[in-house]
Design a protein around this ligand. Structure first.
Ligand code: ZN
Length: 277
């Protein structure tokens, strides 16, 4: 795909569907990419809402569960996706970011052997992950993204970062913490980030890897009084990447192996039970 005059096209010149919305502001000089979920029943439903003037909300792109991409706002105009938000000294992130909405039901409630969205649709267990959001300690159920959707997001995200020189990709949950929970723990942000920025990150901070020496609990904070994360304990030999080595006894890590389907888990482990690899 490619960008011509701030619109998205296929390599062969076919434009992606563009549905204009009145819900947009003035000129945008974006520095960030912000990822969202729609918390809605379908991409079409979300698009209809985001072009409705009463919504006072929009996004540059909506990505369906089949990987289809619809553009609502040109990339050089402000979309209304972030609301009250701030990041690294900037306030009101609509002015500084391109927003991508992914069709996803969001948080779900267990009803029998199914999981129900707030709008009433039930989803089977194989479309759901139970995980704690990084700003919470309790596990909740989250609708999974599809591989097609994640692939499309990665492809268009990489293009946008390159075309507009974006500095970072972040979640709505990062710029409006505790008010927003999207894209949530079902979105593999760490690998998404490293696939887009991997090389630059590697140069900035050489990664230090460890392995667990025993079956080891990974916890929400630096101490045994903190609760273990949902997929704890990690099996012996699990590969870890150090994120924060400033505590004398506890190491903050990213889990590099997929543990029981959980990708990109981050937490704290006791330094006694890990070894440099
Ligand atoms: Zn959002």
């Amino acid at each position: 795909m490619k960008i011509i005059n701030h619109r998205l096209f296929q390599d062969d010149g076919t434009p992606f569907p563009f549905i204009a919305t009145p819900n947009m502001g003035g000129e945008l000089k974006a520095s960030y990419l912000v990822m969202h979920y729609t918390a809605g029943p379908s991409a079409d439903h979300s698009i209809k809402w985001l072009i409705n003037p009463t919504a006072k909300a929009s996004a540059h792109l909506v990505i369906g569960r089949d990987g289809s991409i619809t553009q609502l706002v040109p990339f050089n105009r402000v979309a209304w996706h972030a609301g009250q938000s701030s990041w690294q000294g900037l306030v009101g992130m609509n002015q500084y970011s391109i927003g991508i909405e992914m069709d996803n039901a969001g948080t779900l409630n267990k009803v029998g052997d199914q999981y129900q969205a707030w709008f009433g649709t039930n989803y089977p267990a194989d479309q759901v992950i139970e995980a704690a959001h990084k700003s919470e300690n309790v596990k909740r159920a989250w609708h999974l993204y599809t591989p097609e959707q994640l692939f499309a997001a990665l492809e268009v995200g990489s293009l946008l970062v390159q075309a507009y020189g974006l500095k970072d990709v972040i979640g709505h949950e990062d710029i409006a913490p505790r008010r927003k929970f999207d894209p949530g723990p079902a979105f593999p942000m760490a690998s998404f980030h490293s696939r887009i920025f991997g090389r630059a990150d590697d140069q900035a901070a050489p990664t230090v890897e460890y392995r667990t020496r025993v079956n080891l609990h990974i916890r929400t904070g630096p101490g045994s009084q903190y609760s273990p994360l949902p997929h704890s304990p990690l099996p012996t030999g699990t590969r870890l990447q150090a994120i924060d080595d400033s505590n004398s006894d506890w190491l903050k890590v990213r889990v590099l192996d997929t543990i029981q389907g959980a990708m990109d888990m981050q937490g704290w482990v006791s330094k006694q039970f890990v070894v440099r690899s």
